[in-house]
Design a protein around this ligand. Structure first.
Ligand code: ATP
Ligand code: MG
Length: 197
């Protein structure tokens, strides 16, 4: 089985995330995608993150619609999760699977600063989805002197100008986000009064 692991803060999950998952699935012929919402992401400690129960609920309602599953493995751990540990966990759980780590170009660009990133790069395939404002030539230079892992698939021709930061800002300003998130997520944000600041 080919399994795609898709981690993120998902605060909130948006249509960009859905498209990323679908594009990875189609292009790499993945058999399944597992969304893995982050508990206490090592890279986002400086900003406040919405309660994990809310983030998990939103990921669940959207993942179901695209036939993906959701793992609470990172969320339910007491300690911080690093991707290298998460990938190791899923490799142990599914020893016969080929693992694909799905990641946006902005996150991939920062990979050299991640905990044990060389080990991580050697552990699995990567599917890197382009993001506006992230120029491939600039981030590839960060890996100078390192081996770019042999199995990195760049999905270069998909650009979705949607971010959770943008959505949180829009909600705060009372703007309409209904085209940017799945309907169920829009409803959830409204019902629970999220991101009003
Ligand atoms: P924030 O603005 O809070 O950082 P985000 O929109 O970047 O939120 P994350 O939860 O940080 O969402 O993203 C999870 C993963 O999905 C990351 O690897 C990120 O690069 C990727 N991603 C998010 N949005 C897009 C998008 N529109 N196109 C491509 N990749 C994306
Ligand atoms: Mg992000």
């Amino acid at each position: 089985m080919k399994t795609g692991l898709y981690g993120g803060t998902f605060d909130p999950l948006h249509n960009g995330h859905i498209k990323v998952a679908q594009a990875a699935k189609n292009h790499l012929q993945l058999d399944r995608i597992i969304f893995i919402p982050a508990g206490d992401p090592p890279h986002k400690t400086e900003q406040e993150i919405t309660d994990k129960a809310h983030r998990l609920a939103m990921v669940k309602m959207a993942a179901e619609a695209v036939g993906a599953s959701v793992s609470d493995w990172e969320l339910s751990r007491k300690e911080r999760s690093y991707s290298v540990e998460t990938v190791r966990h899923f490799k142990e759980l599914y020893p016969d699977d080929e693992i694909f780590f799905i990641i946006g170009a902005d996150s991939f660009r920062d990979l050299p600063s991640w905990w044990h990133y060389r080990e991580l790069m050697g552990m699995c395939n990567f599917v890197v989805v382009s993001r506006p404002d992230v120029e491939k030539s600039t981030f590839l230079s960060r890996f100078d002197g390192d081996e770019i892992p042999p199995r990195v698939f760049f999905l270069d021709n998909i650009f979705m100008d949607i971010s959770s930061t943008g959505i949180r800002q829009m909600v705060k300003e009372g703007e309409d986000i209904s085209r940017l998130v799945p309907p169920a997520v829009a409803g959830y944000i409204k019902t629970n009064g999220l991101y009003k600041g």
